[in-house]
Design a protein around this ligand. Structure first.
Ligand code: FM0
Length: 326
C-alpha cells in the first residue's frame, strides 16, 4: 500500500490562460500569470493498493459517479504510465471553500491530486516536475504548486510547459482579493468547454492573443516595481479582453450576469472616488476585486451600501503546495 496526502490552494489568474494549443497535453496558447490565495484550498489523499480492483474518488465525503471518477482515473492513468505501475487507487478530496457554490476550483483540486500521488509513490519530484504533472490534470493547477505570484511558461511540449514562482519581495502580502459572489444559478459553460469553443470559432480570438505578451510584460514590470495601479489596470483590461472573445464565439456566450455587470460598475465607481481597486472574472459570474490590504476596509464599506455582506469573501496571498503526513 502506498499512501500520500497534499494540500493545494486555488489561484486567480491576473493574465489569463484561455485556449489550448494541444488539448491532450494541455499546452496553452499563451503564458499566464496568477496569484495563489489563502482562502480556498483542497486536501487530497491517495492510497494505491494491490487489493483495489478499480479507482474510486470521493469528494467532501461523497463517493463520486463514474463521470467524475473517470476524470481522476485519467490523471491516475498518466501517473501509472509515467511511473510504470498498475495499482488502482482510492482518492479522497476535501474542498475547504466557503459554503458558497462555484468557488472550488479545479486548480487546487488537481494540484493537490498531483502532490498526493507524488507523496504516495515517494517520487522525488521537484516543483517544476510537480507543476508539469499538475498541468496534465488541469492547466491552471500548474500554478497552484507555487505560493504568491506564478507565471505559467507555455512551452511547446509536455517537458517545457510548467509554472515558475515570480519573486515579489513579499509585496503579494500587501494585497487582497475580495470575491463577490454572484450566484445566479445558471450552469456555466466549463472553462475547458468555453475556451475550446472560443479557440475554434471566435473571430475575436486572434486579437486577444496578440495582446498577451504586452500584458504579461506590463504585469511583471508592475510586480517588480510594486506598482499596484499598473498591475490592477492590466489585470482588469486583460480579463475584459478574455471575456470579449466569448462574445465572438459560435454560438456566442458570456459568463457575465446582470449582477456581474453591476459589480463591475461599482468597482469603477469606487475608483472614481479615489479607491484603487480592479476586477477580474473567470468562467463564472463571480467577480474578484484586487485591492491593497490598506484599502480593503474602505472598499468593503463602499460596497456595503450596494451588496450584502455575506456575498463578500476576503482572500490574501496564499502558500504553495504542501505534502502532508497521511
Ligand atoms: O485561470 C485562468 O488562467 C483563466 C481561467 O480560469 C478562465 F476561466 C481558465 C482556467 O482553465 P482551467 O480550468 O485550468 O482549464 P483546463 O486546463 O481545461 O482544466
Amino acid at each position: 500500500m502506498y499512501a500520500g496526502k497534499a494540500r493545494a490552494y486555488t489561484n486567480i489568474a491576473l493574465i489569463k490562460y484561455w485556449g489550448k494549443k494541444n488539448e491532450q497535453l494541455i499546452l496553452p496558447m499563451n503564458n499566464s500569470l496568477s496569484l495563489t490565495l489563502d482562502a480556498f484550498y483542497t486536501e487530497t489523499s491517495v492510497i494505491f493498493d494491490e487489493s483495489f480492483i478499480e479507482d474510486s474518488f470521493s469528494l467532501d465525503g461523497t463517493l463520486q459517479d463514474a463521470k467524475q471518477t473517470a476524470k481522476v482515473s485519467k490523471f491516475l492513468d498518466l501517473v501509472r504510465q509515467q511511473y510504470k505501475f498498475s495499482l488502482f487507487a482510492k482518492v479522497e478530496s476535501q474542498n475547504f471553500v466557503p459554503t458558497a457554490a462555484g468557488l472550488a476550483s479545479s486548480a487546487s483540486g488537481l494540484a493537490a491530486l498531483a502532490g498526493a500521488c507524488s507523496a504516495a509513490l515517494e517520487l522525488p519530484l521537484d516543483e517544476t516536475e510537480l507543476s508539469r504533472l499538475a498541468r496534465r490534470g488541469s492547466g491552471s493547477a500548474c500554478r497552484s504548486i507555487f505560493g504568491g505570484f506564478a507565471e505559467w511558461q507555455k512551452g511547446d511540449s509536455d517537458q517545457s510547459s510548467f509554472a515558475q514562482a515570480i519573486p515579489a519581495d513579499g509585496w503579494e502580502n500587501e494585497l487582497a482579493m475580495l470575491f463577490v459572489l454572484v450566484d445566479d444559478g445558471v450552469k456555466d459553460i466549463s472553462s475547458r468547454d468555453g475556451m475550446k469553443r472560443t479557440v475554434e470559432t471566435s473571430s475575436f480570438y486572434s486579437g486577444w492573443l496578440e495582446t498577451i505578451d504586452a500584458d504579461l510584460a506590463t504585469a511583471k514590470q508592475a510586480i517588480a516595481k510594486k506598482d499596484f495601479n499598473k498591475l490592477g489596470e492590466v489585470t482588469e483590461a486583460n480579463g475584459l479582453r478574455m471575456h470579449g472573445t466569448t462574445l465572438g464565439a459560435v454560438p456566442p456566450f458570456t459568463y457575465w450576469s446582470p449582477e456581474s455587470l453591476n459589480v463591475m460598475q461599482l468597482v469603477r465607481a469606487a475608483r472614481k472616488q479615489g479607491l484603487a481597486c480592479y476586477f477580474t472574472m473567470d468562467a463564472g459570474p463571480n467577480v474578484k476585486i484586487l485591492v491593497e490590504k490598506k484599502n480593503l476596509t474602505a472598499l468593503k464599506n463602499f460596497l456595503a451600501d450596494h451588496l450584502s455582506e455575506e456575498k463578500l469573501i476576503t482572500a490574501y496571498a496564499g502558500p504553495g503546495i504542501t505534502l502532508m503526513p497521511v
